[in-house]
Design a protein around this ligand. Sequence first.
Ligand code: DGL
Length: 261
Amino acid sequence: MNNASIGVFDSGVGGISILKALQNEMPNEQFIYLADSHNAPYGSKDAASITALCQNNTEWLLSKGAKLIVVACNTATTNAIEALRDQYSCPFIGIEPAIKPAALSTKSGVVGVLATEGTLSSSLFHNTASMHTQNIKVIEKIGKGLVPLIEKGITSGLEIENLLHLFIDPMLDAQIDTLVLGCTHYTFLIPALKKMLPNSIQIIDGRDAVARQTQFILEKNKILASKEQQQSTVYYTTGNPKELQKFVSEDGCIEKVSITL
Ligand code: DGL
């Protein structure tokens, strides 16, 4: 038993989509959410800069007593999780574009992946993709410009739809039947995407798999919280608390923190 908190970080608000899945799965855990919105987007940064930011976030969460860290960001996971696992002894759970389940379920044999430049150019993504996509066609698109809008709370409307059409239309032309959302921010675009995609297209984002894996690793390491503990979550951001508040359903206080490199 271990009643310490689970640390969860993302470059900004996107990881809230993962946090919600974790909260649904684990009613007895305490969570600390860190949005590094001051440094968003991570997706256009190089691997060394992303790794340095992730080390910073990790050290900050460990200083708050985190027993396990969920890297709730595909860009951070694909660029930095190996370095984090080498450097720190706590367990890390990451998220990568859900290319394996997409490859297993596609009927048309064509899958779309919408992700950041940092994720699509990472060797971890290339390795995973080449392992699972020998017999299928993958259409990769960088969702350039989406994250800054989502960080401002814009998840619908003409600006978002026009951008999405740029990425999604070529995928539709190529006959995808499965769309992988390879960035945790994009989960908030599912309603906008559903407006432009035929019902037959499946959208996969991997957040429930992260929650299940976190539960499994807590059990395996015997660090689950006791059944008497009530779930609670505290929120921190390096950016504007008002922007994070738009994505947080409860009224809890969001503290602004400065994490220096
Ligand atoms: N939410 C992040 C992801 O899953 C990245 C967004 C960004 O900072 O570019 O990739």
